[in-house]
Design a protein around this ligand. Sequence first.
Ligand SMILES: [Zn+2]
Length: 396
Amino acid sequence: MQAAEDAGPSDAVDFVLENVDLAFANSLRRVMMADLPTVAIDLVQFLENTSVLPDEYIAHRLGLIPLVSANCDEAIRYTRDCTCLRGCSFCSVTLELNVKCEDDTTMEVTSNHLEVVPYVNDDDVDTIDNGDEIAKRSPNFGWPVGKSDDSVPPILIGKIRKGQHIHVRCTAKKGIAKEHAKWSPCSAVSFEYDPHNKLRHTSYWFEQDIKDEWPLSENAKEEEPPRDDEPFDFNAKPNKFYFNVETDGSLGPQEVVMKGLAELQTKLANLILGLKNPDADMDGAGGGAPTWEGAPAGPPTGGGGWGGAPGGGGGGAWGGSASPSRAWGASPRGAGGAASTTAGTSAWGGSTAAWSSSGTSPANSAGAASGGASGWGAGSNAGWGSPAQQTSGWNV
Ligand SMILES: [Zn+2]
């Protein structure tokens, strides 16, 4: 990464990523969008709703309100990883909305009416493993973004007239956007490359003159414009990417970029570790059974398609912990939970035996598997675990 600088509002950042390929840049973009945990309202209990809005409508809008989630990695745990029975202050934040319209004008119910309240179910707190999560929270952790800042307009939840009353209790939980978009810290992540279109990845439509009709972006100043007589380079590849990351305020943009890089690194390290030693617990943090296929199976339907069984914690598709951020469900093969939970049928290497935990290396165990010839586990001379790749430095 070459440079990082503030651009415009404090919830956005621009930077240039250089000397990587397009796939890497896109991986970073996707990790920042979908793999970083935040807190969001996940459970809404309606005590009173005499407004014209249905309960489901209000619950949906409450879920989408960004909540301050700074240091979410350490400041709160996933409910499924917690030892409590019904939710506790270590794994959730409780908010209450209690608004009644008393006068003749229409009243706007906004995110500023949401109040964080002490957790009501902490009666079984003795059974909970005490952690230091709460000490790592900022004072406004779990508050709606902008509640403490008069310059930020609140988010409208609904409107009520005289006599109408909305009283709800909400439980906010930690999650990632692979499970539901409400947990995404980003409102937009984009990158541009090749602003002069030298690579001709884009075909511009134009009437008279392409240069007049297609204005160059700001990023074009960073690169040499092509000469008119310059021959087209068929082998050129993009290697400079102009990122723009904008968050919804739940996390700061710097935190999103840094945590995104760390998360990507963790994913790649886990992949390499898993390929080197399929019997090891790839998550390193305990959780599921330390095998590729021996993990407790998620729902037979595949538990939402991402394989991480995010809601139920039925074990990662790759046998890691139930944490979606560490789960292997979003496999590079695109095999969702469905493939993995049915004993790994054709998930990797096209055979149930290809990646089974038989105690041998993936390359060797796959060698005997029928149908595994073209997969990752194919033959002992190919693939990540093979001697050929080890000598060429793939297996670090
Ligand atoms: Zn808990």
